[in-house]
Design a protein around this ligand. Structure first.
Ligand SMILES: [Zn+2]
Ligand SMILES: [Zn+2]
Ligand SMILES: [Zn+2]
Length: 419
């Protein structure tokens, strides 16, 4: 059924060339969404690109040569993908993907164990390099047969087209994105949640562009010394023995705060951070901007949208120091206002460490390869699903406890029966 439907779409597109270029792309995306349940990655391609670009083709020997040189190429039917640059980012693990070098991964995309999301399949198309010459049945690796081959040889499918055609994206990637996203209107929300592998350019000015980027290690370099200084300072203040809680209500029953309470207050700050992290991610970063507000869309894109659009843009993953210091200063002032100086300061120092740990974990979840079965592995799986398929759940980064608490955990894979 899925194949039939896709074929119809191809014919329709071919019969209506040129018209409504942008609309076509969007329509095609919608069509692909509807076909997302179809089992072959092949179905994606024709609907996406109305004008077929000339596709490169590779002989089995050529592909073998590249594999022997260490490249990681896989195929979906006859379509070839060079995943060499992606293998270490593969959410399901690098080894899993490397073990399939040279093979047809159509079945693996469907799982079990994992049914890859619509966005994961679109992601794959970014690595399309061309087609395998001749009959794909003569596989690159002996014995790797392909159940979906009938589709590949269907003449109605036409030439294999490259899905990701940057010229036909809704934005012009050669220009700064910041001024374009607001124009996307109601298309923004879908667009921003379709991740791409390319880096983002936000500003015209090279200087401002450079200032808008942050290397991951600037976070510990800037904030850990401050956290240590504050910890030392407030520990000493507590040690002087003059700090008491609740003095504003009563002097008789106020509670002494000796230095022995320091670890508890510090841990309280760490714990409170995890809640703040959850609340900010859920209610601020994932606030849906009104489609008619150019500037709110822009704001959303700067705050978090860009990270969903380009999850592997490492220069835009951690918080830049300037906006971070505004948020951090806010929490500092707030805690100092509601608690005695040394108490609020100690809780703050713990929260600051929580923030640093959060940003480092977030970076690691995107670029690290935690061992299967480890805590970080489960966090990574959780976060990858947040990015690729369940953007309205799975908001915890450094812990999932608040997702448990607020019932926003991403459901475990149910291994649906294959058709
Ligand atoms: Zn995978
Ligand atoms: Zn992320
Ligand atoms: Zn998010």
């Amino acid at each position: 059924m899925g194949v039939q439907h896709a074929n119809e779409q191809v014919r329709w597109r071919l019969a209506h060339p040129g018209g409504r270029r942008r609309g076509n792309v969007r329509g095609a995306l919608g069509g692909r969404r509807a076909d997302a349940r179809a089992s072959s990655c092949e179905l994606w391609s024709p609907a996406m690109a109305p004008a077929p670009p000339p596709a490169a083709s590779f002989s089995t020997a050529e592909v073998q040569r590249r594999l022997a040189a260490g490249a990681c190429w896989v195929r979906c039917g006859a379509r070839l993908y060079d995943l060499t640059g992606f293998v270490r980012h593969h959410p399901g693990g690098e080894q899993l993907l490397r073990a399939r070098a040279g093979q047809d991964v159509s079945a693996d995309l469907d799982g079990p164990p994992h049914r890859h999301s619509a966005n994961a399949r679109l992601w794959l198309e970014q690595y399309y390099v061309g087609d395998l010459q001749g009959d794909p049945q003569g596989s690159m690796e002996n014995g790797a047969s392909d159940s979906a081959n009938t589709q590949k040889t269907d003449p109605a499918m036409g030439p294999k087209l490259k899905v990701v055609d940057w010229d036909k994206d809704l934005v012009d990637w050669r220009k700064p994105l910041l001024w374009q996203v607001g124009h996307l209107g109601e298309k923004y929300n879908e667009w921003v949640h379709q991740p791409v592998t390319r880096p983002i350019r936000l500003f015209h000015s090279d200087l401002i562009e450079a200032l808008s980027k942050t290397v991951w290690y600037s976070v510990p370099i800037i904030w850990v010394p401050l956290m240590l200084y504050l910890s030392w300072f407030y520990y000493r203040t507590l040690a002087q023995g003059n700090v008491r809680l609740f003095t504003t209500f009563t002097t008789e029953y106020s509670v002494a705060m000796p230095e022995s309470v320091f670890p508890g207050l510090f841990l309280l700050g760490l714990f409170l951070w995890t809640l703040i992290e959850y609340l900010i991610h859920r209610f601020l970063f994932h606030m849906k901007p009104p489609s008619d507000s150019y500037y709110l869309i822009m704001l959303h894109f700067v705050m978090h949208g860009q990270h969903h659009k380009a999850p592997f843009d490492e220069s835009r993953l951690v918080f830049p120091p300037v906006p971070a210091s505004l948020v951090i200063a806010f929490f500092y002032v707030f805690l100092r206002l509601i608690l005695p100086e040394a108490v609020g300061g100690t809780v703050f120092a713990g929260g600051l460490l929580g923030y640093v740990i959060y940003d480092m974990i977030h970076y690691y979840l995107h670029f690290g390869s935690p061992h299967r079965g480890s805590y970080l592995y489960s966090l990574k799986a959780h976060h990858v699903k947040h990015h690729f398929a369940h953007q309205q759940s799975g908001f915890g980064i450094s812990t999932k406890i608040w997702d448990h608490f607020f019932h926003t955990l991403i459901p475990e894979e149910s291994h649906p029966k294959m058709q």
